[in-house]
Design a protein around this ligand. Structure first.
Ligand code: HEM
Length: 201
């Protein structure tokens, strides 16, 4: 075992700020939806919009960081070939006590299932939230840009469905992040930047 620098200061700042903003958007969003009452409708709307713009700014920096450092390759699903080994592990070996087929390295931080999950988050769930969120936000300009035929009800439904998808992602992410490594090593790595990795393999 050795301790390797995995996550830069920016990456950790991005991760935790994004976690805070997404959880806050879920809380305020579902209050707007009418699921519960916490801040009051008007304030929930104001907070939701402030968090949305903050998330946009954070994402602009994160996209720039991923492109300039080459770290976007971490999400490239076809760059790793052991997907079948992962499926076999989660279907059989995990119950029979077999070892995990993926060994983390600095160049390959994510296992193939994580790559696919993050790719789905970045390419499908996030755009769905942004596009429906912006349409919602700029409803009063729909006739100016010639899309007044669109129905607000459908936009709200797509936005809410995407909110459920990101909530599902969050639950799965928390479960895997807290159970996949021993003694919460993955959580500690995202806090300190240093990951304990098996150097015998
Ligand atoms: C993690 C991200 C997000 C989550 C979980 C989320 C969740 C929600 C939910 C559940 C609603 C209530 C929908 C309804 O019942 O009609 C809502 C409303 C809304 N969301 Fe989001 N949202 C997110 C991101 C965004 C983004 C990025 C934007 C803008 C770019 C945005 C703008 C809005 C607006 C304008 C409303 C309607 C507020 C009103 O009724 O006046 N949301 N959101």
């Amino acid at each position: 075992m050795s301790s390797v620098k995995f996550y830069t200061r920016f990456e950790r700042f991005w991760h935790w700020t994004q976690a805070f903003l997404i959880i806050s958007m879920l809380i305020t969003g579902f209050e707007i939806h009418g699921t519960f009452a916490l801040f009051g409708y008007e304030q929930a709307v104001d907070l939701h919009i402030i968090f949305a713009w903050s998330l946009i700014v954070l994402w602009i920096f994160a996209i720039f960081w991923h492109l300039t450092t080459g770290e976007w390759r971490q999400y490239c699903a076809s760059c790793s070939s052991d997907i079948l080994a992962m499926v076999k592990y989660y279907s059989f070996d995990i119950f029979l006590g077999g070892g995990h087929p993926h060994h983390k390295t600095r160049a390959e931080k994510l296992n193939p299932l994580q790559r696919m999950a993050y790719l789905a988050l970045h390419l499908f769930i996030a755009p769905l939230l942004w596009i429906s969120g912006w349409l919602y936000l700029f409803y009063s300009y729909w006739d100016v840009v010639g899309i007044s035929g669109l129905s607000l009800g459908s936009v709200a439904m797509v936005h809410t469905a995407a909110a459920f998808l990101i909530l599902t992602f969050l639950v799965a992410h928390l479960y895997l992040a807290l159970t996949m490594s021993e003694k919460m090593a993955d959580l500690k790595a995202m806090l300190t930047g240093y990951q304990e990795i098996d150097t015998d393999n």
